[in-house]
Design a protein. Structure first.
Lengths: 162, 162
DNA sequence: AGCATTCACTTGACTGAGCAAGTAATCGCC
DNA sequence: GGCGATTACTTGCTCAGTCAAGTGAATGCT
């Protein structure tokens, strides 16, 4: 008689799957950063910030909203925006509606930067991920990713950073 | 007539899939680190090092081999082992066979540490990933992950860190 | 209206990772 | 067998990220 115990170690297929995923978790972000760094002197995270601003109305977002889009803590975002600001791609303004909020605003040269960086990044995502998979696999990957994200959100003992 | 151009931006299903995966890439490592940090004062990377040693003959591996197993650069590994050494879980010895190699050796208390940390980590992997997926999805995830890893390895302009 | 509280960041101290330069051990070649 | 590569790390510097404490703006309670 077998019992569906909570497992105390990963074995067999589970271990292999986890090992494969863990490798992706380690290498894919590094590969993405590498391309963006080489071609646009941007980390993937910084690109994400610029991209989110580029797709926002008036190229403007409150820091706290932006940190949500970028899956980031406010302090990480604050430092990243400082860097982007010093390179002239973003500027900050207090929100006239409520001075506690800070608006991050994409500058014209920031927009140019995103536009230049986007094709290379999109190509890399295709080359490393999308083009390697069958269409059903792409769908599965989306569903699998969402399930994992939901599981993380559900965890009572851990809040994803905002 | 449509042409299969190299795309210059991600749109539609591709964008959604990529966004979902990017979220996993951001949150899953953080969630894993969070549990291990809380329950065992270990990063996921440090756990991986101890785990690899625990499963090696004589609980011993050359630094360069270990860095392969841990998907890490030698310099990152060197620093991690320094930390683990200072906590008494690993010790270093020059390889008697060839003094250029350094052997990393798991201590008894290091073994105890891995054994204590493993069930909680395995549970977290189940809770966040494996238990959320159907069996076919687990298989697909393994295959998808391997394809992505292979794609990264193929890239001529980027070598995965050893 | 006045003052403590809350909110939305920002910043200082510290840690971990990458890169490149350094170091010690061994190998290869004459 | 001596000496210039090569190999296998290690380490100094710099930078990004976290945590916790700090700051300035708005809110609420009386």
């Amino acid at each position: 008689m077998t019992t569906p115990d909570t497992p105390t170690a990963l074995v067999g297929e589970d271990l292999e799957t986890w090992a494969a995923l863990a490798t992706v978790l380690e290498w894919l972000p590094a590969a993405l950063d590498s391309q963006l760094q080489r071609d646009a002197q941007l980390t993937h995270f910084e690109y994400g910030v610029l991209y989110a601003l580029a797709n926002a109305p008036d190229s403007t977002l409150r820091m706290s909203v932006l940190s949500g889009y970028a899956n980031s803590s406010l302090s990480r975002l604050s430092r990243a925006v400082t860097r982007l600001e010093s390179r002239g791609w973003v500027r900050r303004e207090p929100d006239p509606v409520d001075g506690r909020f800070t608006l991050a605003i994409l500058t014209d040269s920031g927009r140019t930067k995103v536009d230049e960086a986007t094709p290379g990044h999109a190509q890399t995502v295709h080359r490393l991920v999308l083009d390697r998979l069958t269409k059903p696999q792409v769908r599965q990957l989306r569903e699998i990713s969402r399930r994992i994200t939901r599981a993380i959100g559900d965890g009572q003992e851990w809040e994803p950073p905002r």
